[in-house]
Design a protein around this ligand. Sequence first.
Ligand SMILES: [Zn+2]
Length: 270
Amino acid sequence: MPELPEVEVTRQGIAPHLLDQVVSQVVVREPRLRWPVSDRIQDLVGQRVRSVSRRAKYLLLETEAGVLILHLGMSGSLRVLNPAPPPGKHDHLDLVLDSGAVLRLNDPRRFGAAIWWQLPLEAQPLLAKLGPEPLTLAFNVDHLATRLKGKKGAIKTALMDNHVVVGVGNIYANEALFAAGIHPKRAAGNVSRARLGKLVEEVKRVLARAIEQGGTTLKDFTQADGKPGYFVQQLNVYGRGGLPCNTCGTELREIKLGQRATVYCPHCQS
Ligand SMILES: [Zn+2]
């Protein structure tokens, strides 16, 4: 599943090809994505792309007439093709630009989304109640301490709650908690302020490092073949249950927490 770093790297990869381009055609081959793609998306035709930004895992293509909100769901990826080869089975949406380039959405499982939004973004229900971006100053120890105060649920579950902070998916929650030395099942309201400060730092560090690594391995979003969007990184705990801890050698434990694979070191995390 594309996590925040993949979405950010995608944004960085496609933005130069889209900025200031006019959309000359919108081709919807399969409107049955997570939500049906509205016919109103044709209002994009003739519009100039003013910015390509990201909020949580949503990509926002802003024009004068409205914003195209794209989400990659479980299996989606975006490429910029020029010239574009004939579409494949899972190439559900093309944005043809006046440069001749095509932004193509591929999504085998169709949990992704393409939403044409013409009101203020603050009024968009998917975006309205989101917590702060993890890599901004708004995500800090004061914010986290306030949001977690009195919470009895597990710290890992709270960290993955989009109302607390956006874009900390399962991989990065596991890694950040390990780096901060915090047991994933510890009650969220029962983590000291100093340790929350460390956790904030580590969330930022693991995400920033993933974006940096992704940026170096995924420079090219213009290849017709290949699979842009996902990358493998060096991980300390995620996917390593039963293996020795990289810090102390203790066998890492794997449990389910909120149905998500959770791996931790019983010695390093408390
Ligand atoms: Zn350890």
